[in-house]
Design a protein around this ligand. Structure first.
Ligand SMILES: [Zn+2]
Length: 158
């Protein structure tokens, strides 16, 4: 069981950057990380950081981060008092649900992320994004609310 009340909040501008990256990667899987803060049961995203998909033999339905790039992004976020709170990847022409591979990867990973976002990209356009969290017994990925936040937008510069 996942405790009630967890939610992922993403500013609309961040969501649009995420969308652009996943659409640009089509028909291959594209990936990235969400950087932000965790306040109680709310994960507040500040930034989306595109990451390289290092899978070469079947990048249309698999992704893997570059370990060094991951570490660099993580350190850079921590240096600013933020953290990687979630990871994102696309499912080209497939539903926005974790595959068995995704679930196993989440269960086996030594890194534990709070949010696993999966986005369906259909014919080059992102149709939907959903977020999941590893259940407490680490047995499966359970869906949680993904909120697009208009209020969290940064004020315009100047
Ligand atoms: Zn997947």
């Amino acid at each position: 069981m996942t405790p009630a009340g967890f939610r992922l909040s993403i500013p609309r501008s961040v969501m649009s950057g995420l969308r652009s990256h996943l659409e640009a990667g089509y028909p291959l899987e594209a990936c990235g990380v969400l950087i932000g803060r965790i306040d109680g049961q709310t994960y507040t995203v500040r930034e989306f950081r595109p990451m390289r998909n290092t899978v070469v033999d079947r990048p249309h339905d698999r992704y893997r981060f570059d370990d060094l790039e991951h570490l660099r992004v993580q350190r850079e976020a921590e240096g600013r008092g933020l953290e990687i709170i979630g990871i994102v990847h696309s499912h080209p022409d497939h539903p926005a649900r974790p595959s068995a591979f995704d679930t196993n990867w989440a269960m086996d990973s030594r890194d534990s992320f709070n949010a696993y976002v999966v986005a369906r990209v259909e014919r080059g356009g992102m149709m939907e994004a959903r977020t999941y969290r590893l259940s407490l017994e680490r047995a499966r990925l359970e869906e949680e609310p993904l909120l697009i936040d208009d209020a969290g937008e940064k004020p315009p510069p100047g």
